[in-house]
Ligand binder design. Structure first.
Ligand SMILES: [Ca+2]
Length: 209
């Protein structure tokens, strides 16, 4: 094989690899699903303790009606049909996408103790997003047990700074959320991610008697 023929053969080989790669990508990406919005495009305030209807009686905290509220947030997904070679009509069953699970990971952004964040949480869901559609689902962001952790209790109204607690204080955090799902009719999982600012504090809404 002379030099020119060898170069031509190498060029053909590279071209074949490139075409093969493109075909593989189009096979794997008939739809592009994104997180269009999370918590209606707003940061989330997490109340670590709900004081109920009565905050104080006779100058003392009235705790019998206090309770912890779990936090749920809306997440909107958008499924955009996508491929460059194979034509798939919007609305075709193969383009529908099913969100099946998610993971919430936390980090402090206020310079505070980086270990004082909620533990990583894995949730399951089943949110089907038809092709060329927006769908909003709800996910559990902060489970009950998180607000029972000592560092969370330290910032509720029962633990003021004057008594050795940290109230009023707040923890500024970011929740990094990864969703996984797959096209309906396939098993190949795809991740998509979003982040949300979450501030933990105690919202005391009633003045002392
Ligand atoms: Ca109360």
């Amino acid at each position: 094989m002379n030099r020119k023929l060898l170069l031509f053969a190498i060029t053909l080989g590279v071209f074949a690899v490139l075409v093969g790669s493109c075909e593989n990508e189009s096979e794997e990406n008939r739809a592009v699903v994104i997180v269009s919005s999370i918590n209606d495009n707003a940061p989330f305030f997490s109340d670590v303790l709900d004081q109920g209807d009565t905050l104080y009686v006779g100058g003392l905290p009235y705790t019998l009606d206090d309770f912890i509220r779990e936090d749920w947030i809306p997440v909107t997904f958008y499924n955009r049909p996508y491929n460059s070679i194979t034509v798939t009509q919007p609305g075709a069953p193969l383009s529908d996408f099913l969100i099946t699970r998610y993971r919430v990971e936390w980090r402090r952004v206020d310079g505070g103790n980086e270990n004082e964040v909620p533990p990583t949480y894995d949730g399951a869901t089943s949110i089907q997003v038809p092709s060329n559609s927006y769908v909003t689902g709800g996910i559990l962001l902060v489970p009950y047990e998180v607000k029972n952790l000592q560092f969370m209790q330290d910032i509720n109204y029962l633990h003021p700074v004057s008594a050795g607690g940290r109230f009023p204080d707040e923890y500024l955090c970011v929740a990094d959320i990864t969703f996984w799902g797959h096209e309906v009719g396939t098993k190949r999982e795809w991740p998509l991610s979003a982040s949300l600012t979450v501030n933990f504090a105690d919202a005391v809404v009633e003045s002392e008697d």
